[in-house]
Design a protein around this ligand. Sequence first.
Ligand code: NAP
Length: 250
Amino acid sequence: MNLRDAVAVVTGGSRGIGAAIAEELGRGGAKVVVNYSGSQEPAEEVASKINEVGGGGEAITVQADVSDPEDAQHLIDETINQFGRIDILVNNAGMNIDKPLNNMEVEDWDQVIQLDLNGAFYTTHAALPHMTEQESGKIINISSVVGESGNMAQANYSAAKAGLHGFTKTAALELAQSNITVNAVAPGFIETGMVGEIPEEIQESILKTIPLGRFGEAEEIGKAVRYIVEHGDYMTGNILDVNGGIYMRS
Ligand code: NAP
């Protein structure tokens, strides 16, 4: 797919990995919808960067809580209103509430599943009629290595991310006939606010388990997404690991 002709929606594009993905697609010349739920100013900064960089990239921001199906529909409707089509949907918005199962409340479980898994379905559900009519589209779900390996105190988060893998593969099977590909990118530990919240001594012990010896950078996930968009026409139903090799130690 040529990014210069493409319209991309990045959920949770205001910070961290989502911001890096939005900027990478914008640098390639895409029209980017930077979605956020609460961080309006950071989202506008991301959009400004894309608009200023030149090279054809253009961006707008759209507020929507993608864990709410009506908001997710609004996000896609606004994309169509502004840009007339949707070629790339990156389901990146996510959160974690880490607790051992003994302490995990029903709300902790529900909140994480609602955003990290159900949210991806809501946006996909809203985008599909447009992609099907266009007979093309690329859906990329940002999952996690813990969806493959599991992780202490992350039963809700790892279940949501493992669910995204099942969703990715089934959607890939069903949508191939419409020339819509569906893939997941599964990051390891990436230096964003999410990893910044992990206590320092635990960060140190995680670092020791990463064969490449460092946390990943958000930009490295942006590049993986761009690779799928630009060079992945024959890729579908994949989980692309970008994790410094940590899965081999799990
Ligand atoms: P982050 O820095 O905490 O950023 C989360 C993003 O999601 C923000 O832009 C936030 O925007 C948005 N968001 C949160 N709730 C939302 C909602 N209800 N609706 C729309 N947007 C919402 O997280 P990150 O580390 O960049 O993670 C991004 C994705 O990568 C997540 O799916 C995460 O699970 C996955 N991941 C991260 C790592 C890692 O090490 N960082 C590893 C594996 C996978 P607002 O501030 O506006 O709410």
